[in-house]
Write a protein that binds this ligand. Structure first.
Ligand SMILES: Nc1ncnc2c1ncn2[C@@H]1O[C@H](COP(=O)(O)OP(=O)(O)OP(=O)(O)O)[C@@H](O)[C@H]1O
Length: 249
């Protein structure tokens, strides 16, 4: 397993937000996390690359392993962990810099100073996210002038530029129109060849179209985890059935 959560618990401000999470995420698969608002989806996602460390009053126990090594071990370097485990947020958040600089940023921070190499990576990443043809003549324009869907693809290009192993996506399409959403979903399928993807989504159709495995969270617990086809056609738990048929949440 690429990622393995074992008896993972989170408290924020003395409130238990995640309880005994046990979850396996396979390498080069797309794993959706679904569940009603406030059930702990984002908290779990951000625990994988320790983004929650930035929160005050965050406490966790149990483990989340990446390739068998607990990311909460004392000897883990959080900067290199976040390089291995990239993240794409709900609202596209390009830097207020040029398109080129957005993609080149992580490489430069990592010390790459060969401009030929940087140009090559920027071009390849923009091609991977299907943006190259649209924007190759305006690489030095501000990224903020792109449409929302283009900005989100740019943010995905930025995250893959540093060659991560896992990409965490927190409702990456929630601010996008249906056409841009479909483009991102197609892109996620392409990315699966090279990366392990964990996708938090409110959109049940998206989870069923886009992912291989799905976990249903409720009140900080995992109710059910299975192949996506099973979760949506024949869930074992009544609570899952109720949620996917829109009876709550
Ligand atoms: N920074 C924080 N400070 C205090 N409580 C928090 C914080 N972040 C999350 N929580 C609490 O943790 C619980 C889970 O929140 P989380 O954002 O993980 O849920 P979610 O399932 O992703 O919700 P949504 O679908 O609405 O984004 C909520 O009760 C929330 O109030």
């Amino acid at each position: 397993m690429k990622i393995k959560a074992e008896d993972f618990n989170v408290n924020i401000d003395d409130k238990q937000v995640l309880s005994d999470i046990n979850l396996n995420i396979r390498e080069k698969s797309i794993h959706s996390i679904i569940g009603p608002s406030g059930c702990g989806k984002s908290t779990f996602l951000k625990s994988i690359n320790r983004m929650n460390d930035l929160l005050k009053n965050f406490k966790c126990s149990g483990s989340i392993s990446l390739d068998g090594k607990n990311v909460y071990d004392d000897d883990i370097d959080v900067v290199s962990l976040r390089k291995r485990v990239g993240m794409v947020f709900q609202k596209a958040n390009p830097f207020p810099k040029s398109i080129f600089e957005n993609v080149a940023y992580g490489l430069k921070i990592a010390g790459e100073d060969d401009s030929g190499r940087i140009n090559e990576v920027v071009e390849n990443c923009l091609k991977s996210v299907g943006l190259w043809d649209e924007i190759k003549d305006k690489l030095h324009q501000s990224a903020l002038k792109l449409s929302g869907g283009q900005q989100q693809r740019l943010c995905i290009a930025r995250s893959i530029a540093v060659n991560p192993e896992v990409i965490l996506m927190d409702e990456p399409c929630s601010a996008l129109d249906p056409l841009s959403t479909l483009k991102i979903e197609d892109l996620i399928q392409e990315l699966k060849k090279d990366y392990t993807i964990v996708l938090v989504t409110h959109n049940m159709q998206q989870a069923s179209r886009a992912s291989d495995f799905t976990s249903f969270f409720l009140d900080g617990e995992i109710i059910e985890s299975a192949r996506t086809s099973q979760i949506f056609s024949n869930p074992e738990e009544e609570k899952t059935q109720n949620y996917i048929s829109g009876r709550f949440g």
